[in-house]
Ligand binder design. Structure first.
Ligand code: ADP
Ligand code: MG
Length: 367
């Protein structure tokens, strides 16, 4: 069965200044050229250079057309609109899915840096998840034939305080959340999670809307913001081939799309008491993700006897295959351009730099 060893692909993407930063006269600490991203310490002008698979710029003067869609600024070759991000990253996810490889896409970064914009998007500026789903169904339309059946299903969950909640279910979450179980063959999964069969893009769009509303209501009820929870969308794509002898075989791919909680530390947001407890529990998934990434990077650098702490958090249990396992994985690190966010932005760049060392072992899923 075909397999391949591939490193995690990493893209960094800087958002434009927001109005508040413009009003405050914020300085830009980032510059990009080709695959290179340079960050300058606003206090001493110390520069650090990083290299990634993609470095995406959003020009400060990004303009909108009459439909509210951002107009690309062609003066900067690193400029990337949502379409470019899709064609660089999402298209590959789709090609992999047809070949039977699992894929995962993570968005990492501090709150407000552009994770949800990149993943889901806002209004007419659709993000990589909706564009990828739309393109998947276009390709399915073009690939209809009698020898195979194409199936797509969709699930959407949230991890908050180390508890799992089904975002496609309206009812109040059960105390303690959904249970995580382990299948000796396929690994960890969420018991009772709704996996909804979908026939076209509109159905996915509706589910995604419903899930997004549920995520926001839940966070309002819990007196928190969605920036403290992790959202995981899983698209399962299966091709069932019918052979002449009446037998069939299935090629399948799980696509995991993850909008992570904000990476800023609880102490930097001034949280105390209950909020801090929430913060640290959320950090349990996020900091375990960091530890898993560091351990995998060490392994890839040849270090021996490294324990990868997948079992230390819900997030890393559920996404074990995406991290060093059977998946082709991409990380988008979202960056703020502003000098006041220098520390967080540098820490995001370092995180992304570790992630690119991870080696995965993708295998075609065929049975
Ligand atoms: P996060 O999910 O990381 O908290 P958001 O994705 O909600 O952050 O982004 C914060 C704000 O910045 C939003 O208003 C969003 O529209 C805007 N934004 C983020 N990234 C971009 C981008 N690449 N181009 C234009 N606007 C962006
Ligand atoms: Mg967000």
């Amino acid at each position: 069965m075909p397999s391949s060893s591939d490193s995690v692909k990493v893209a960094v993407r800087v958002r434009p200044f927001n109005q508040r930063e413009k009003n405050a006269g914020s300085k830009c600490v980032l510059s990009m050229n080709g695959s290179t991203t340079v960050i300058t310490n606003p206090e001493n002008n110390d520069k650090k250079t990083f290299s990634f698979d993609h470095s995406y710029w959003s020009h400060d003067s990004s303009r909108e057309d009459e439909n509210g869609v951002f107009v690309p600024d062609s003066s900067n070759s690193n400029y990337a609109d949502q379409r470019r991000v899709f064609s660089d990253l999402g298209q590959g996810v789709l090609d992999n899915a047809w070949q039977g490889y699992n894929a995962a896409l993570f968005a990492y970064g501090q709150t407000g840096a552009g994770k949800s914009y990149s993943m889901i998007g806002y209004g007419p500026n659709k993000g990589i998840v909706p564009i990828t789903c739309e393109e998947l169904f276009k390709a399915i339309e073009d690939n209809q034939d009698k020898t195979k059946q194409l199936q797509v299903s969709f699930s959407m969950l949230e991890i908050y305080n180390e508890q799992v909640r089904d975002l496609l279910v309206k009812t109040k979450p059960q105390a303690g959340g959904l249970k995580i179980r382990q299948n000796p063959q396929t690994g960890f999964y969420v018991e009772g999670l709704k996996q909804v069969p979908v026939r076209d893009y509109n159905e996915i769009e509706k589910l995604m809307e419903q899930g997004t509303v549920n995520r926001t209501t839940a966070s309002t009820n819990m007196n928190a913001t969605s920036s403290r929870s992790h959202m995981v969308i899983t698209i399962r794509f299966a091709q069932v081939f019918k052979n002449a002898d009446g037998q069939s075989n299935t090629r399948s791919s799980d696509i995991n799309l993850v909008d992570l909680a904000g990476s800023e530390r609880a102490d930097s947001t001034g949280a105390t008491g209950d909020r801090l407890k929430e913060g640290s529990a959320i950090n349990q998934s996020l900091s375990t993700l960091g530890n898993v990434i560091s351990a995998l990077a060490d392994l890839a650098m040849g270090k021996k006897k490294v324990l990868v702490p997948y079992r230390d958090s819900v997030l890393t249990k559920l996404l074990q295959s995406a991290l060093g396992g059977n998946s082709r994985t991409i990380m988008i690190a979202a960056l703020s351009p502003a000098d006041i966010n220098y520390d967080e932005t540098l820490s995001t760049l370092r995180y992304a730099d570790r992630a690119k060392k991870i080696q995965n072992k993708a295998v075609v899923n065929e049975s």
